[in-house]
Each structure stands twice: as structure tokens, then as C-alpha cells.
Design a protein around this ligand. Structure first.
Ligand code: WT7
Length: 633
């Protein structure tokens, strides 16, 4: 939606609150439906039960592909830049992408996939990853993408939870100077997963892999089969608006990650609408989102959002600092990127290399910048603004969550007056509120509280896969009749929102969401560990670091080695992304008489602020605090 001025935004916003159904019907009208809805919205947050565009029929891939074939057939849909700058980049026009998606959709069918099946995708950032998602959607199969940094154990948990019957992977993946043996990790995962009948393996790294007869097939061979069969198109499966589109697992405050469920109609409308609105995308702009498709940002803002709007989406296989810290800027220069959407952690990491990597890079094509994943500190905001945007590119600081499907609170590029560190104002259609501990809505400005949303939006999660009660408990039970985000937030004198971070036991490490309970469970798997407590602490680059207090009385005589063993254990159980930054061995944890760990105290110690630990009189053994303080890292 094109918003013409800040006053226009306010008008549209008001309309979206006064007449939400009318507002959303207007937005949804710009998409391609096989059949329009009978009812825009039916909802209650009690159960919860949320239905958008009931009775409508669609296929999201017809919106992302077919509908552009007439007008945009030769426009680049995906530009792909490989990890290694010496390798050639690739361009897929809308026509070419359409063809490849249809081909691979037929491969899936040939391998027994059908509507409603759950398909696990564990792939590197290559165009075939986007093709795999779209091919699943084409035939009505539900994809569950697992980020390439997760371990075999994590993959197995996710495959089992969703009862996937097919896995799509690659021999390996390149990221910086590392090569990840993806297929071999899948083989380890599948030892525990009898539901998986087929594994489709893309060639990327040409590393040797085990190929099991009857189960494992090569992507390229299967494409050849489809070609010799002479099948060209693949009719798009007709989906109900509320049919599942995908599952994406995310961490919460309890041990087990939950499968967030998004549905076809509402998610399509929301991803497309927010992409178009926040970035004010103009035809022919080249848009570069640096996220990985393994996270929701990649789902919504590399694949579905941009493609549904006929945009050119640039996809990058590598990391910002390899071969050097100028990699992003080389890409911007090479493809004349207009919009770059990245994370504060990447900005902070690149800042630390100084200005040298920017020398000789032409960034003049940039018109808009975006930030996502965690609060952006003012220093990083100003560096992004001055060094990258040269002071003339609006920064959209987009606040949202996996559960939201798309942007919720964000400036609209070029429209909303900006304030560094503020996600600013809700998009039209989004109704945020701040509540106090008791759930009372805090009215007025210059206040702070817990961030909730009091009215549904089309991109919201519908359930957590296989466990609706868990969805209710996690998001809808804390405050009646509201969706609870888990974030703390303030609202300033101008009504601008500033996200202050999670108020639950969830960490945000380099923009990745990690549950402390999950990390504790992994640490406790180590043979000498009796118990542990994990908290976050401020980290210059990652935003938050992982600090683990570990009780390990009978450890190896070399504590350094035990520390490494624990790291290895966490990497095996969850994945390298969850490895603690600091491990402090302690003789006991501070607990109340009822046995509850006092995390507040541990957080303060981890932050290095031991001056005022508050009331420790309720502790079972106050002496343990002195010991922990003395040994703090
Ligand atoms: C959590 C959601 C969906 C974006 C990728 C992360 C934090 C996200 C911002 C922002 C401050 C932010 C919140 C949120 N967060 N964006 N612009 N400013 N905090 O998705 O893994 O589902 O994590 O990330 O704490 O709850 P996620």
C-alpha cells in the first residue's frame, strides 16, 4: 500500500482501527484469489480461534509467480550472490523461477508428496531453497524449514514433532570459509525418524555423501526425470485460506521449541502488504534482505513478501565478513542495490572493522535501509545512517516476531519521522497496547509496560503444531483477550514505541532467539553436570551473550577441557548457535527456600553489576552468592 504522507498514514491507521474488516478486505483485494472470501474475520483470543478470509481459495505461488508472468516475465525475481565472490552469480527471472518451481513441484509429486504432507527443508542459501519452499506451497505440502546451524538432534526433534515424510537437503553448504556437511547431519537425524520416506539431495559442495537406496535421491536426477516425462507445468493446488502453509520452529521460555503455524490466505496478504508498505517498494528497485531463509525474516522478506509484490529479491549465500568485511558493500555496488534490510548484530560487527572496508564502494544506489531482529542501539543506528545511507536513506526499524508473520511496529520508509532506537508506530491494521503486571491497559504517553496486541491481524500464528493448548498458554493466557508478545516496551511523548527486550526467559543472541531452558537442558546432558542456570548479558556485537553458571562437582581435572566439552555438548544437542559465551563453574546456585533459582541475581552478576543485588535474605544459602560474585567472568 502506498502511503503518501504522514497525515495520510494517520488517516489510514484510524480507518484500520474503526473498520478493520473493511480495511483488510481492501488490502486483500489486490491479491489473486481463485475464489473470494465469504467472511473477512472470525475470532476470539480465548481458545484462540482466528480465521481470516474464510471460504476463500487461493495458492500463494500463483500470487508470487503466475500473476507476474504477463507483465514481469523477464524481470529478475531472484538475484543470487554466492558465498565465494569468484563464483558466478545467478539471475532467475519470474518466467525462469516459475518453470523451476513447477519442475520441482513435479519432482515432489513423483516422490510421493501430496497436499497436507509435512516436508522438512535443511538447505544452504541457494536459489533452490526458495524453489523448494515455493514447490511445497504449489502442491499444498506444508514446509518446515530448519536453519542450517541446527544440530542433527534439533532436526530430529522437529521432524518427529511434525511427522515429516520427506526431507529436502543438499550435500553441503558454504558459509564464509566453512563447509557444513548438511546431508551427513540429516543422516544422523534420520536414525531417529522412521516417518521419513524420501530424502532429496541437491548438489552444492560436491562433498561425498551416503546415498541410501530407496530413500535418497539426487535433486538433479529427479529434475531430468520430469524433463524426460515432458511435464512442464504443475497446476497450483487449490488451498483454503485457513489451510496450513508452513511450520517454523521457534524457542520459548520452556525447553522444547514450538512449531508456529502460518496459514495460506492471511499470511500471504500480510507478508505482501507489510513488504510493500514498510519499504514503499518501487518497481525496478533491487531489494536485498541479508537474513537466512531458515528464519521467519527470510520466509517473509526474501521469498513470499517480495515475490508476491513482483519485486527483485537478492539472496546471498555467505556471511558479512568473508572474504572481508566489505562483502555486503561489494554486493550493493555490484547489483546497484536500492534497499538493504539487515540486523543490528551485522551492523555492529561491520562497524568494528572501521571505515576501511567501505573505501571505494559505491553505495549511491541505496535509497532505503531496514533493521530487524533486536533493538538497534543508537551508535549502530547512526553508523548505518551516516556511513551506509549517507544521511539520506530512511531506516525502517521493524519490530515483529516469528509468530506475527510480518512487520508490526515500524516506520514507513520516507513517511514516518524517525527516531533512532524507536520502532516508532504500528502499521495500519496493528493495534498494540502496553499493559501492567495485572493486565490493565496503560493509557497515555510516556509510559512503559508489557507489549500486547489487542486485535487480530491476518499474519498472526493460528496454533502451535500439534499442541493448541500450548499456543493458548504461551500467547493468550497471560493477559485475557490479548496476544502477549513477551517483549517489554515504552511509549514516548509522541506515542512512539521503543522495544526494550524480552521480559521472559528468552535470549536474543545475534538476532537469534534462544530459550535459556533449552540451553540449560543441553548443558545438563553433559555427564559431570548436576545443574546449571543460563542468563543473558550485554554483548558488544551479539546484543546478548549466553552466560552459563554450571555446577559440575566431579569434573575432569582440567576445567578448561570440561568447559570445551560442555560447549561441544550444547553444539551437539542444539547447534553451534546456542554455545555459551561464558561458563562459570560454581559450587551451587542461589535458590530460594522453595528451591527456585534466583535468576535476577545471576543476571546482575553476569552483567557485571554486583553493587546492588537486592534482597538476598530469602536465599537458602546466601554464602553461595559471595562465591559466585568472586568468581564472575
Ligand atoms: C523477538 C522475535 C521477526 C524478526 C526476527 C526475529 C526481538 C525483533 C526487533 C526490533 C527490537 C526486536 C523482540 C521479538 N525483535 N525485531 N526491531 N526491535 N526488538 O524474530 O526470532 O521471532 O524474535 O526479536 O524481542 O520478540 P524472532
Amino acid at each position: 500500500m502506498k502511503i503518501t504522507s504522514f497525515d495520510h498514514y494517520k488517516e489510514v491507521y484510524k480507518h484500520s482501527v474503526d473498520q478493520p474488516e473493511d480495511f483488510w478486505a481492501g488490502i486483500a483485494d489486490s491479491f489473486l484469489w481463485k475464489k473470494k472470501w465469504d467472511k473477512v474475520l472470525e475470532w476470539n483470543f480465548k481458545e484462540p480461534n482466528i480465521k481470516w478470509f474464510q471460504g476463500a481459495k487461493l495458492n500463494i505461488t500463483e500470487n508470487c509467480l503466475d500473476r507476474h508472468l504477463e507483465t514481469l516475465r523477464d524481470k529478475p525475481a531472484i538475484i543470487w550472490e554466492p558465498n565465494d565472490p569468484k563464483e558466478d552469480h545467478r539471475v532467475l527471472t519470474y518466467r525462469q523461477l516459475y518453470k523451476k518451481v513447477c519442475q520441482f513441484a513435479n519432482v515432489l509429486k513423483n516422490n510421493g508428496a501430496k497436499k497436507g504432507d509435512r516436508i522438512c527443508i535443511y538447505m544452504p542459501m541457494v536459489p533452490e531453497l526458495a524453489i523448494a519452499l515455493l514447490a511445497c506451497a504449489r502442491i499444498g505440502a506444508i514446509h518446515s524449514v530448519v536453519f542450517g546451524g541446527f544440530s542433527a538432534q534439533s532436526i530430529a526433534d522437529r521432524i518427529l514433532d511434525a511427522e515429516c515424510n520427506i526431507v529436502i537437503t543438499a550435500d553441503g553448504g558454504f558459509r564464509g570459509n566453512k563447509e557444513t556437511p548438511l546431508k551427513s547431519i540429516i543422516d544422523d537425524a534420520l536414525v531417529r525418524c522412521p516417518s521419513v520416506q524420501k530424502v532429496i539431495v541437491l548438489t552444492r559442495t560436491r562433498t561425498p555423501v551416503a546415498m541410501i537406496k530407496g530413500r535418497d535421491v539426487w535433486w538433479e536426477d529427479e529434475i531430468k526425470k520430469v524433463e524426460t516425462q515432458g511435464i512442464k507445468d504443475c497446476p497450483a493446488e487449490e488451498m483454503d485460506a485457513e489451510d496450513m502453509l508452513f511450520i517454523l520452529y521457534t524457542s520459548g521460555s520452556t525447553g522444547k521449541p514450538k512449531g508456529v503455524v502460518h496459514t495460506c490466505g492471511g499470511y500471504m496478504v500480510y507478508a505482501g502488504y507489510t513488504f510493500d508498505t514498510s519499504f514503499q517498494y518501487q518497481p525496478n528497485e533491487v531489494y536485498f534482505c541479508t537474513a537466512d531463509i531458515g528464519w521467519i525474516t527470510g520466509h517473509s522478506y526474501i521469498v513470499y513478501g517480495p515475490l508476491s509484490q513482483g519485486a527483485t529479491s537478492l539472496m546471498f549465500e555467505g556471511i558479512p565478513t568473508w572474504p572481508d568485511a566489505g562483502r555486503f558493500w561489494d554486493i550493493v555496488d555490484k547489483f546497484k542495490v536500492n534497499i538493504i534490510y539487515t540486523a543490528p548484530t551485522a551492523i555492529r560487527s561491520l562497524m568494528s572493522f572501521g571505515e576501511e572496508p567501505l573505501n571505494g564502494k559505491d553505495l549511491s544506489s541505496l535509497t532505503k535501509l531496514g533493521s530487524v531482529g533486536e533493538p538497534i542501539n543508537e551508535e549502530a543506528w547512526h553508523w548505518f545512517d551516516e556511513k551506509i545511507g549517507h544521511g539520506h536513506c530512511p531506516i525502517v526499524d521493524t519490530w515483529w516476531q516469528t509468530e506475527n508473520g510480518g512487520h508490526m511496529i515500524t516506520p514507513i520508509a520516507g513517511i514516518t519521522p524517525l527516531k533512532p532506537g524507536y520502532a516508532s508506530l504500528p502499521l495500519p491494521g496493528v493495534q498494540p497496547v502496553l499493559v501492567d503486571e495485572k493486565g490493565t491497559i496503560i493509557e497515555g504517553n510516556e509510559v512503559s509496560g508489557n507489549l500486547c496486541i489487542r486485535f487480530p491481524w491476518p499474519g498472526m500464528l493460528r496454533t502451535t503444531y500439534g499442541d493448541h493448548e500450548r499456543c493458548r498458554q504461551t500467547y493468550f493466557a497471560t493477559y485475557p483477550d490479548m496476544y502477549f508478545t513477551g517483549d517489554g516496551c515504552s511509549r514516548d511523548a509522541d506515542g512512539y514505541y521503543r522495544i526494550t527486550g524480552r521480559v521472559d526467559d528468552v535470549l536474543n543472541v545475534s538476532g537469534h532467539r534462544i530459550g535459556t531452558a533449552e540451553v540449560e537442558n543441553a548443558i545438563n546432558m553433559h555427564s559431570t553436570v548436576v545443574e546449571s542456570a543460563v542468563v543473558g548479558y550485554p554483548h558488544d556485537i551479539k546484543g546478548q551473550g549466553v552466560y552459563a553458571f554450571v555446577v559440575s562437582p566431579n569434573m575432569h581435572d582440567d576445567p578448561e577441557l570440561t568447559r570445551k566439552d560442555i560447549m561441544m555438548t550444547v553444539a551437539r544437542i542444539i547447534g553451534a548457535i546456542a554455545k555459551p559465551d561464558k561458563i562459570q563453574f560454581v559450587s551451587g546456585l542461589p535458590k530460594t527456600r522453595s528451591g527456585k533459582i534466583m535468576r535476577r541475581i545471576l543476571r546482575k552478576i553476569a552483567e557485571g553489576d554486583t553493587s546492588n543485588l537486592g534482597d538476598t535474605s530469602t536465599l537458602l544459602d546466601p554464602a553461595v552468592v559471595e562465591e559466585i560474585k568472586a568468581g564472575a567472568l
